[in-house]
Design a protein around this ligand. Structure first.
Ligand SMILES: O=C(CO)COP(=O)(O)O
Length: 249
């Protein structure tokens, strides 16, 4: 299974920032891992032009559960695909918090994304209060149960799970390697239980304050098959070493 280096630009990025992506593509012409950037939707099609012919793939950060219709301001999975995306992030904790996205909504979006032919990257993660209360695995288990299909009716590669502890996002704090390993082992066991042996092929990403300085040790943790990177994905000089670390892993 190839590792996945995924960058989530969140609400950052203007046309001038495409130079960063071109620098990244030039520095890593044939990485030994999959490389994905998820810019704001406004940039997808221009970024697709900027990285044409390179190994960089593109994704959205959210999609609506419907294919089209009267949903002002929303974007469908088909539209993302049409703009040049192959992936979409769903259920990010910032969407769950800012837009009240429940597990049921994330599930509906996941189905829409898969139906449109996109790879769905479904995010789960506990808050700091839940962690302090010793509820981490319960929370992850409930999110996996509620946000995923009952059966794996897609290729295992088309469904990616990202573990992003909410308290580690943008804070510079990360769980210990043992904690990352425990959650990833738990997620793999849960998915195997649910989907059978195919779940061995599903990629499990870690996200939350991944930087060049901690990438190598996090990627060495068993059952970590890549990263979902926020801040450090915005600059080629930061994301490049993370891509390189995942290429070695
Ligand atoms: O939320 C994240 C990626 O989706 C992680 O963000 P940071 O890498 O900035 O902590």
């Amino acid at each position: 299974m190839r590792n996945l280096a995924a960058g989530n630009w969140k609400m950052n990025g203007l046309v001038a920032d495409l130079a960063q992506v071109q620098a990244l593509a030039k520095a890593h012409p044939a990485p030994d891992c999959d490389v994905l950037l998820c810019p704001p939707a406004t940039l997808i099609s221009r970024m697709a032009d900027a990285v044409a012919g390179s190994a960089v793939m593109l994704g959205g950060q959210d999609c609506h559960a419907n294919a089209s219709g009267a949903h002002t301001g929303d974007i469908s999975a088909q539209m993302l695909k049409d703009a040049g995306a192959s992936h979409v992030i769903l259920g990010h904790s910032e969407r769950r918090a800012d837009h009240g996205e429940s597990d049921a909504i994330v599930l509906a979006k996941t189905q829409a994304a898969l139906f449109a032919g996109l790879v769905a990257i479904v995010c789960v993660g506990e808050t700091e209060a839940q962690r302090d209360a010793g509820q981490t695995l319960d929370v992850i288990g409930a999110q996996l149960a509620g946000s995923l299909l009952a059966q794996l009716d897609c290729a295992p590669n088309d469904l990616v799970i990202a573990y992003e502890p909410v308290w580690a996002i943008g804070t510079g704090r990360t769980p210990t390697l043992e904690e990352v390993g425990a959650v990833h082992r738990f997620m793999r066991a849960t998915l195997l239980d649910r989907f059978g042996a195919a779940a061995r092929e599903m990629r499990l990403l870690y996200g939350g304050s991944v930087k060049p300085a901690n990438a190598t040790e996090i990627f060495a943790v068993p059952e970590v098959n890549g990263a979902l990177v926020g801040g450090a994905s915005l600059k080629a000089d930061d994301f490049g070493p993370i891509v390189a670390a995942l290429s070695r892993g």
